[in-house]
Design a binder for this molecule. Sequence first.
Ligand SMILES: [Zn+2]
Length: 344
Amino acid sequence: METLKSCPLCGEFGPFGVHIECRDYLVSQEIFTVQRCEACGFLFTNPRPSADEMPEFYHSDEYISHAETPASLQDKVYMKVKQLMLRQKLRVLNKHLNQGFEGSLSAVSESNQYAQRSGRHEPKHGQHEQNTPPDIYNILDYGCGTGSFVYSAMEDGMNAIGFEPELSAREVAAKQGVPVIGSESEMDSFADQTFHAITLWHVIEHLHDFKEKTDSFYRLLKPGGVLILAAPMANSSDAAIYGKYWAAWDLPRHILHFTPDTLKQAGRDAGFEYQEHKPLPFDAWYIALLSEQNKLKEEQPEKKTGGPVALPALKAAARGGWSNLKALAGTSPWSSQTFVFRKP
Ligand SMILES: [Zn+2]
């Protein structure tokens, strides 16, 4: 474990107050603390596992079964909405790519022909600057997991590549023909201004050295390039409703806990211009369902998992819906939001 002496966002040396204490329901069952920087309001897990210790906190039967077999109710729900979410993410990406590079791509129809000729599933990654015609977008999905977003971007005609440090996820991605790298040295070997867009879907809250990373994303993006960061919002109304049971605290795997203000600040600190945010409305229901299960585990620890799911599911539907209504009304942020930044 490591204890931070300075705020990961503003660098002040405290004071830090206790924001909330929560159990790790997934793996260790230990209690962890989210602290708040009094100077800037940023929330972060402290103390936290070091980067080397973190893999221990991903090992659980539940985690593995969740990854491989969509057996439980929330997994089925998740699989269903996943396709919808992917399309929504691509829409946001395309909109901002078109705004940022309007006119700089010579002919869209040619780019589609190129994608078909060269094989959409075999982009020539690693040689973006020399071999890629200027009429195709280079996309990096950082923390791509099993590569579903990279795959969708490739199907959409983009030259996409994923970065994923976890070996088993990377193997699944590679099996599906998704180009994926896994080491920092491979990241460092990309030339400056390689990418038109870099995306992090629920990844930034896991990064030990996020300032270093946002700086390197700035280096890797072309001027006008797009950085997309999606994260849970620690001041959403479902976070308030569920308190210590809120599944998106996900301690200690989430070490940074953003609000709209602190996430915008993180982007600006790296030199980016904030463009807009978009809701990820399905996350409120998914997080609510997991949060109801956390509550059950605390109240009936002997039961662990299984048992009747109808009541928690109904409660989750109601509370997730309530969170989305409040977000629609503008009184609190969505459970999870996507933030779009541009490199000037
Ligand atoms: Zn701070």
